[in-house]
Design a protein around this ligand. Structure first.
Ligand code: 2AM
Length: 187
């Protein structure tokens, strides 16, 4: 079985900007800069033959390349249930369009439809017993965070290897978007 998800990669510059947000919250486990990404679709555990179908389906996705701007920070969960500190993205039709294309491609190859609404975010930290006042200060100190725009020219299928020191994300394949710099010109 392979544990898979589809994500947008971030540029080195953007990852450095995001890494610069870390700190000041006891009980936070910050995402390593090289692991920062924006998940389009969590797939979960699938057998190898279905992973091959997923690869083929993603290769058929047609969606335009676009520019992504990061905007603001937030928290999932509240009070003692605060779980995740995240950076948000500026609303835009292109990202929603791409996510919908990925979703329908995955449903066509037999995966159950994602029931939850897509809420694009980049996980900055996972929280355990973080004090609410420190979370509040983190959010207010970084409320004006913005980064980008960053070109998005491909999506990536990742395999997640869960481990004690946190999961390791292995990129399996990149799929170019239309009109991006990485698009194949031949054929
Ligand atoms: P998160 O960062 O908000 O937890 C790999 O685990 C990626 O898939 C992460 O970006 C994670 O989002 C996302 N993801 C979405 N749903 C998930 C789930 N049910 N289990 C694990 N990861 C999930």
């Amino acid at each position: 079985m392979l544990r898979l998800f589809v994500a947008l990669d971030l540029t080195e510059e953007i990852r450095q900007r995001l890494a610069g947000l870390a700190g000041g919250v006891p009980g936070a486990r910050w995402t390593e800069p090289e692991n920062l990404h924006l998940t389009l679709r969590f797939i979960g555990e699938v057998p190898e033959d279905q992973a091959m179908d997923i690869d083929a389906a993603l290769a058929e996705v047609r969606a335009p390349a676009f520019a992504l701007t990061l905007d603001g920070v937030g928290v999932f969960g509240s009070g003692r249930r605060a779980r995740i500190l995240w950076a948000g993205v500026e609303r835009g039709a292109a990202l929603a369009h791409l996510q919908a294309k990925v979703e329908s491609a995955l449903v066509r190859c037999g995966l159950p439809a994602e029931e939850r609404k897509f809420s694009p975010h980049i996980t900055l930290a996972r929280l355990k017993d973080a004090p609410a006042d420190r979370i509040g200060r983190f959010l207010s100190d970084r409320a004006l965070f913005r980064a980008g725009p960053m070109p998005v020219g491909h999506i990536t299928l990742y395999r997640s290897h869960p481990g004690n020191g946190g999961a390791v994300y292995e990129p399996l394949r990149e799929y170019p978007l239309d009109g991006g710099p990485e698009e194949e010109t031949a054929g």
